[in-house]
Write a protein of this length. Structure first.
Length: 395
């Protein structure tokens, strides 16, 4: 039964959508049932004292993994090409855990200025208090990051495209400079998922996902994952264990189920978002669309070089809008929900908070709106956006 198991020494060479229907699945281990069962577990019994003393069995305690969490980690390892993956209770914990795993008091940490806002809050509140010096850098720095790396720089944290402002980072160039200086590179890869960008193949050491987003895909769970290459795996799993972190079985099951349809969902999100982005780009009420897959976007060349797809989240600037008009626009939308998070089946709109930025600052040509394009029909979404822009008295 395990001969069908894809592994690093025997990788499954099928195309992506085929692999998504198989990875992490071992039906014959579970009487042939297609999906793995959900294990609700704390205690795991040992057959005798000697086995207990040596902990010489595959599962030892609920927080240290179950067949359900293993199935999901195996699937993520397959997609990421990582040496190992751990599950954590949220995407934000997936950012915090590797920071805590690799940083010590006195270290210097470079964090991209367009980082997800709660990640920045973690750095400023927790890392700073630990005596880690956090420095925010320009998302467009590229190879020039070499000039920012010091003797005590241990981590370079990347996120590409950047949260809300969607700058593309030159990940291979950053990795080269960071490794030259013996720093570890982490990447929050939530936007692209491992389907559209493979951080570890591009030199990243630790790849981070909010599984809450596309892998979950239905706005009904929160979970995160951290995947590491061979060099970083031991320290990651050690810290994960020391902190008692784990992902719960029910949510791991739902994420694994979401992964089966991730390819077809992302394909739809991608196409619909691009069509809407192009339409908005031509709209007189919109001064700019921030979407790296649009040919005019400043990050387009990097996106085209490194990524093999784009997802359904992008930004636009409502031209010369006042905050009141932007509020009116949001209130006039009927299909776009007003809410945080993204990557579910329902479209969402939000005015992101960019006030914490020191480099990748707020637009001056209007009000920034972030759109998450869900799985509705594209034409209905365009009609909704059009009427809302008009209702707000813009364009
Ligand atoms: C949502 C998000 C997270 C955090 O995920 P949660 O599960 O909501 O904590 C981290 N990074 C990025 C880029 C995100 O969009």
């Amino acid at each position: 039964m395990s001969s069908k198991k894809p592994s690093k020494s025997n990788p499954d060479k099928h195309n992506l959508n085929t692999r998504l229907t198989r990875i992490g699945n071992h039906p014959l281990d579970f009487h042939g049932f297609v999906n793995p069962p959900v294990f609700h577990a704390s205690t795991v019994l040992f057959p005798d004292y000697e086995t207990m003393r040596t902990r010489n069995q595959k599962y030892t305690y609920g927080t240290r993994g179950t067949p359900t969490s293993d199935a999901l980690c195996e699937a993520i390892d397959d997609l990421e090409g990582s040496a190992g993956t751990v599950l954590v209770p949220s995407g934000l914990t997936a950012v915090a855990l590797p920071m805590l795993a690799y940083l010590n008091s006195g270290d210097h940490c470079l964090v991209v200025d367009s980082v997800y806002e709660p990640s920045r809050n973690f750095c400023d509140r927790v890392l700073a208090r630990m005596g880690v010096e956090v420095e925010y850098y320009d998302p467009l720095v590229g190879a020039d990051i070499a000039g920012l790396i010091r003797e005590n720089t241990k981590v370079v944290f990347t996120e590409s495209p950047g949260s809300n402002t969607f700058e593309m980072q030159d990940i291979p160039a950053i990795c080269e400079a960071a490794h030259e200086g013996d720093a570890i590179v982490m990447m929050d890869n939530t936007w692209a998922t491992p389907l559209y960008f493979k951080p570890i193949d591009h030199g990243v050491d630790v790849s981070i996902h909010a599984l809450t987003k596309y892998p979950g895909g239905h706005s009904d769970l929160v979970m995160g994952s951290v995947s590491a290459n061979e060099k970083c795996w031991k320290q990651l799993i050690g810290t994960h264990g020391a902190m008692g972190l784990c992902g719960n079985g029910d949510d791991a099951y739902l994420v694994l189920r979401g992964i089966r349809t991730l390819g077809v969902r992302l394909d739809y999100h991608q196409k619909s978002a691009l069509e809407i982005a192009r339409w908005l780009d031509d709209h007189p009420g919109v001064s700019r669309v921030l979407h790296p897959a649009l040919p005019g976007d400043p990050g387009h060349e990097i996106w085209k070089r490194d990524f093999c797809g784009s997802s359904g989240l992008f930004g636009m600037v409502l031209k010369d809008a006042t905050p009141e008009q932007a509020g009116k626009f949001l209130d006039a939308l009927t299909l776009f929900g007003l809410g945080y998070s993204w990557a579910g089946y329902q479209s969402l709109a939000v005015i992101p908070n960019l006030s914490d930025r020191t480099i990748a600052k707020e637009p001056t040509d209007g009000i920034m709106i972030r759109l998450q394009i869900g799985l509705e029909d594209t034409a209905d979404l365009i009609t909704d956006l059009d009427q809302a822009i008009k209702t707000a008295g813009l364009g």
